[in-house]
Write a protein of this length. Structure first.
Lengths: 184, 288
């Protein structure tokens, strides 16, 4: 990818406010994985006032359910899943300090508004490039909800994981901009 | 004393079906078809947006990693959709056909380290842990062969698929509007560039079936009916004018192809189904 901004979670408000829709970023450090079923449980824990399996503050959640790792490799294919399915669960997580989400596809107007309010951004990774993205993952460990199989929460370590800013704090949406530019 | 005529039926053992289905599950997930790769290369030439070009390049690189290292190209290794063309003179021996296929799915998803993405009940949502059951579509055809096509179908694009029972008065224009709107609403969610399968006519379920069947046609092969082929090309152009582009970041190439399959329909209706397939347009077949 072309020149990109390097990010290492936990992210601060300043890190977030510097980002603009369309920016290429690469992430090195820790990400947490969660999909629909894990989100449902996280939100249930929050509503009961219980402790989450990891501290949300400044962190990035990657919406992914990897394939099982072949012996000798860290993780199987690990590309992003479609994000709108997480929309119903996202706002409480943002309120809890979550700073970034990586997925693919559009977010709801409510989630976009909440991102501005709680100072968080939404990144897209290359959808369907699971084999390629897995090369940027150097460690993977299940930390919660093992019974959910591919939907368990994993703590993963990434190196130069490529993504692109879709929604920033200023109401921009890369998907809408792109269409405006190329529609005829 | 009725001497029964001697009929020689060809026999096929269920175990052979299991082995082949297992192999096809893995091949489909590791090895993107040459027709899709060619379409991606052509898309790269047409694409004007720089990010669009970059994405197309990454998708080809991803396919190459998957093929050479025998890992799935995408983490969503799909619902195992299986199309059968079963010759009426073939006899399956040594087991139950449906179970033979499901056993093949079980083995293929285990041995290939593919993701198990099926939950046993739509509400309870407990993973079946072996990616079964398959969705099996069977057509009985003349002859004594069995053709099996395994088409793992990802959720991202499946979830954006649509069906409408249009009025006859809506005509070709109505069909076009519905197809283009379906792609527009899917936007980035379905991992474009897409293969757009359109089922036209028939009944409610027939249209849906045809739209899925349209996805396993080789890219580059148009409908044999010139009028429908023309419609495929018109739709492709309109879809690509939407500007959604590779993965929705804006660009010239939103779809690689539009495939229409049609069937006669009732005097009162004009069913149309749109089944979207992402760029991971996976299917492998064998004839036994
Ligand atoms: S829509 Fe297709 S390419 Fe995208 S994540 Fe799903 S299966 Fe993979």
């Amino acid at each position: 990818m072309t020149t990109s901004i390097k990010l290492t979670p936990p992210l601060s408000d300043k890190d977030i406010s510097d980002l603009r829709s369309g920016d290429r970023i690469t992430i090195s450090g820790v990400l947490y994985t969660a999909r629909d079923a894990a989100h449902k449980r996280l939100v249930e824990l929050l509503s009961k006032g219980e402790k989450l399996p990891f501290d949300l503050k400044g962190q990035i959640i990657y919406y992914v359910g990897p394939t099982p790792a072949k012996p000798g490799i860290v993780i199987g294919a690990a590309g992003p899943t479609t994000s709108y399915r997480m929309d119903p669960y996202t706002i409480p997580l943002l309120a809890g300090g979550l700073k970034g989400m990586i997925g693919k596809g559009h977010r709801s107007p409510e989630v976009k508004k909440a991102m501005e309010k709680y100072k968080a951004v939404y990144f897209a990774a290359v959808g369907g490039a699971g084999a390629l993205l897995a090369k940027h993952i150097t460690k993977s460990e299940i930390i919660a909800f093992e019974d959910l199989g591919p939907e368990a929460i994993r703590k993963i370590e990434v190196r130069n994981f490529p993504a692109i800013v879709v929604n920033d704090l200023y109401g921009n949406d890369l998907y809408e901009e792109g269409i405006k530019k190329y529609k005829r | 004393m009725n001497p029964s005529p001697i009929v020689m039926t060809r026999k096929l053992h269920a175990d052979v079906i299991t082995d082949e289905v297992a192999r096809l599950c893995m091949e489909a997930n590791f090895d993107l078809g040459e027709d899709v790769l060619r379409a991606l290369r052509e898309a790269l030439e047409k694409e004007e947006s720089s990010i669009g070009k970059e994405i197309l390049g990454l998708l080809m690189e991803n396919a190459e990693i998957a093929r050479t290292q025998r890992v799935p190209m995408c983490q969503d290794t799909g619902f195992a959709v299986v199309f059968l063309e079963l010759g009426q003179d073939l006899s399956i021996v040594g087991g139950d056909l449906t179970e033979a296929i499901n056993e093949g799915i079980r083995q293929g998803y285990r041995e290939g380290y593919l993701r198990k993405s099926i939950v046993g009940h739509p509400f309870a949502r407990v993973n079946t842990r072996d990616n079964t059951p398959a969705v099996i579509h069977t057509e009985i055809v003349p002859g004594d062969r069995l053709k099996i096509t395994v088409a793992p179908k990802g959720g991202g694009s499946e979830n954006m698929s649509t069906l409408a029972m249009l009025r006859p008065a809506d005509g070709k224009e109505g069909v076009k509007r519905f197809v283009v709107r379906s792609v527009q609403e899917a936007g980035a969610n379905a991992c474009p560039p897409l293969v757009v399968g359109v089922g036209l006519g028939g009944t409610f379920e027939k249209a849906a079936y045809l739209s899925k069947k349209a996805l396993i046609r080789r890219l580059g092969e148009g409908n044999t009916d010139p009028e429908l082929h023309h419609l495929e090309e018109e739709l492709l152009e309109e879809i690509n004018n939407l500007g959604i582009g590779p993965l929705g970041f804006g660009g010239r190439v939103t779809a690689l192809a539009v495939h229409i399959e049609s069937y006669p329909c009732h005097i009162t209706g004009l069913p149309v189904a749109v089944n979207l397939n992402c760029h991971a347009a996976r299917h492998k077949e064998v004839t036994l």
